[in-house]
Design a protein around this ligand. Structure first.
Ligand code: PMV
Length: 362
């Protein structure tokens, strides 16, 4: 939808070198995206909260290069200050796929330096923060070179679109507090191509949510989310699942508008377990949950029953458990985590995160 052969550098008044840096966070889906078609197009709408502490900083340096437009992407890539060939290969492939949108990329010598705020191999997927940070850098680059993305809504939509092409869920990280992705008749302007901001439809309760991530395992996933999405194509529960996600999306929108934390929490937990049930009912089936994930879930339910404190769990495509709760009970919940849950975490590792204002240019 953004293909544009006119984005070619042909003027001498363009700065011939420069640097752009963005910090972009991860996000946690409450209604999950699981199942896709085409190029990262979702089978159902999803809704996520934008996190803060789990983020990626990406610096994009560019120099105008002598050469012709048949050239290849010319990239040096550093991850945490070190050259990283596997990441470089992925990013070159991504940038090559963007050439119909950004033909000028071939006219530049690019250097990307990227790093995550969370420890390497923390068991946390960084594709959402990394791909959104890179997409934002590319949009800033477009605007610097051509002045075509002056309006912030236009800028954000294109950044979300580009991020999606890199990693589906990354498209939701562009926006503050919360974002929705996927076409639904319930929301005018919703799209499969990019996410949309939900901040203005959010009760203040949801702007003050914590998400402490209990790291059950730092190990890399045994099944990638790409493979997991693909297995949905043969899953016997796929069609009812997509219907269910649509219904939950609608209920969640209402709950988030009026500030109903209980309904929100129920959907978060139901979606987490549904996601893993879909993995277990795929063919071949796979299990990413660990016994410790289940022990944490049981304890969270018990804690909620005992104290009435509104603490809810959710899961990503992995064994680590996210605990969602409002800011006013942070001290009690942190004590609960320390006393009862840290023992289930690898080296007692908990990553404290919270809902936040989204990416920033730095
Ligand atoms: O963006 P991907 O392709 O890594 O898929 C992520 C899917 C989940 O994280 C499991 C759910 C979601 O909506 O973020």
């Amino acid at each position: 939808m953004y293909e544009n052969s006119r984005l070619i550098i042909d003027s001498s008044n363009i700065p011939d070198a420069g640097s752009i840096t963005w910090r972009s966070p991860s996000n946690i889906a409450i209604v999950k995206y699981w199942g896709k078609y085409g190029i990262q197009l979702p089978r159902n709408p999803s809704l996520s909260l934008t996190l803060t502490a789990s983020c990626t900083d990406t610096q994009l340096e560019y120099t105008l290069k002598e050469g012709n437009l048949d050239g290849k992407i010319d990239l040096d890539f550093f991850f945490h200050e070190e050259e990283n060939e596997p990441f470089k290969i992925k990013i070159v492939a991504f940038l090559e796929s963007l050439l119909p949108v950004y033909p000028f990329l071939k006219q530049l010598k690019l250097t990307i330096r990227s790093g995550n705020s969370f420890p390497h191999s923390a068991g946390i997927a960084s594709s959402a923060s990394a791909m959104s940070a890179l997409a934002l850098c590319l949009c800033s680059l477009e605007d610097t070179l051509f002045g075509t993305l002056k309006e912030s809504a236009v800028f954000d939509q294109k950044a979300s679109y580009l991020a999606r092409l890199g990693s589906g869920s990354a498209c939701r990280s562009i926006f503050p507090y919360a974002a929705a992705w996927g076409e639904t008749s319930q929301w005018k302007g919703s799209s499969n191509e990019f996410a949309i901001p939900m901040e203005n439809h959010l009760h203040d309760t949801f702007k003050d949510l914590h998400d402490d991530i209990l790291i059950v395992s730092r190990a890399e996933k045994t099944v990638s989310s790409r493979a997991g999405h693909a297995l949905m194509e043969g899953n016997p529960f796929a069609a009812p699942r997509y219907e269910q996600a649509r219904a939950r999306f609608s209920t969640l929108l209402d709950a988030m508008r009026v500030g109903d934390l209980e309904v929100f929490g129920k959907i978060a937990e139901d979606e987490a377990l549904t996601l893993h049930a879909l993995m277990m009912s795929s063919n071949p089936s796979f299990t990413l949950l660990r016994p410790a994930s289940l022990s944490i879930i049981e304890k969270v339910r018990q804690y909620r029953a005992d104290t009435g404190n509104q603490v809810y769990f959710t899961l990503d495509a992995g064994p680590n458990v996210h605990l969602l709760y409002p800011g006013d009970i942070v001290h009690e919940v942190r004590a609960f985590i320390e006393e009862q849950l840290e023992e289930h975490c690898e080296d007692g590792f908990v990553l404290q995160d919270w809902v936040g204002e989204g990416p920033e240019e730095i």
